[in-house]
Write a protein that binds this ligand. Structure first.
Ligand SMILES: NC(=O)c1ccc[n+]([C@@H]2O[C@H](COP(=O)([O-])OP(=O)(O)OC[C@H]3O[C@@H](n4cnc5c(N)ncnc54)[C@H](OP(=O)(O)O)[C@@H]3O)[C@@H](O)[C@H]2O)c1
Length: 245
C-alpha cells in the first residue's frame, strides 16, 4: 500500500492522478484550497478504493504556512511514497505586462510555492531514504515566448530547481520527476480553442503515474511534446525573437 500526498489536489490533472492511486488501494493526503471540492474528492477517492484519505485546506501562496503543513503530513504519513506538486495558475500575460503585482503573484504560486514545499519535503524524504517527488512543470518552461513568459519563466525556473534537487537526492534513494505537459483540457485552459495537440487530464495522469513508477527524470506528456520542444529549442534566438509566438 502506497502513501501519496498531493499538493493542489483539486487540479483536474491531480484529481485524475489521485483516482488512479485510489483504484490501487493507496492512502492519500490531499492538500488543496477549496474545502467543498476537496471534501467531495476525498469521498470520491474512498468510493473508488482508497484505503484512507486525509486532507488539509490551504492557500499554498501563503509560504509561511508550508512548514506546518509538511509537518502535519509527516505526522500522519511517517513514510511518504509519492509527493506530487500540482498547483499552478496561468496568468494573462498582457495583464502581467501592465501590472507587476500580477507577475509576482504568478511567480509566487508557480515558482516560490513549489520551491518552498520542495525544500521542506526534500529534507523529509532524504532522511527517509526512499520515495518519489513529482512536480508538474510545463513545456512552457522550455523557451520564453511573448504570449506567456511570466508563466514560462516560473515553470522554467522550477524545472532547473528540480534538476538540481534530482542531482542531490539521486544518491539518497529519492527520485525527482519533472512532468512537462503540453496543452491539457482543464479549467486552467477553459478559454482556449482546442485542437489536435490537446490532451485530456486522464491521459496525462496515466503518463504521470507511469513516470513515477519508472522513476523517470523527466516526462513530456503526451510524449510527442518531447520532439516538438526539441525542435522549438533548436531555433536560433535571432530568428525566434522575430516570431509572433
Ligand atoms: N492545463 C494545461 O494545459 C497545463 C499545461 C502544462 C502544465 N500545466 C500545469 O498543470 C498543473 C495542474 O493544472 P491543471 O491544468 O490541472 O489546471 P486546474 O484544474 O486549473 O488546476 C490548478 C489548481 O491549482 C490550484 N491553485 C492555484 N493557486 C493555488 C493556491 N494559491 N493554493 C492552493 N491551490 C492553488 C487551483 O485551486 P483552486 O481550484 O482552489 O483555484 C487548482 O486546483 C499546474 O501546475 C499547471 O501549471 C497545465
Amino acid at each position: 500500500m502506497k502513501r501519496i500526498v498531493i499538493f493542489g489536489a483539486t487540479s483536474a490533472i491531480a484529481k485524475a492522478v489521485a483516482r488512479l492511486y485510489a483504484k490501487e488501494g493507496s492512502s492519500l493526503y490531499l492538500v488543496a484550497r477549496n474545502p467543498e471540492q476537496t471534501e467531495a474528492l476525498a469521498r470520491d477517492l474512498k468510493a473508488r478504493g482508497a484505503k484512507e484519505v486525509r486532507h488539509i485546506i490551504a492557500d499554498l501562496a501563503k509560504l509561511d504556512d508550508h512548514a506546518a503543513i509538511v509537518a502535519s503530513v509527516k505526522r500522519d504519513f511517517p513514510r511518504i511514497d509519492v509527493a506530487l506538486i500540482a498547483h499552478g495558475v496561468l496568468p494573462n500575460q498582457a495583464e502581467c505586462n501592465r501590472d507587476v503585482a500580477k507577475t509576482l503573484d504568478a511567480m509566487t504560486v508557480n515558482f516560490l510555492s513549489p520551491v518552498s514545499l520542495l525544500t521542506l519535503l526534500a529534507n523529509e524524504m532524504e532522511a527517509q531514504g526512499s520515495g518519489a517527488i513529482a512536480v508538474i512543470s510545463s513545456v512552457a518552461g522550455d523557451r520564453g515566448r511573448q504570449s506567456n513568459y511570466a508563466y514560462g519563466a516560473a515553470k522554467g525556473g522550477l524545472s532547473i530547481f528540480l534538476q538540481g534537487l534530482r542531482n542531490r537526492l539521486h544518491a539518497k534513494g529519492v527520485a525527482v520527476i519533472t512532468i512537462k505537459p503540453g496543452f491539457v483540457d482543464t479549467p486552467m485552459t477553459a478559454a482556449f480553442k482546442k485542437g489536435a495537440l490537446w490532451a485530456k487530464p486522464e491521459q496525462v495522469a496515466k503518463g504521470i503515474v507511469k513516470a513515477i513508477e519508472k522513476r523517470r527524470d523527466e516526462a513530456y506528456l503526451p510524449s510527442f511534446w518531447k520532439w516538438i520542444m526539441f525542435v522549438i529549442r533548436q531555433i536560433p534566438e535571432s530568428i525566434f525573437k522575430r516570431l509572433s509566438l
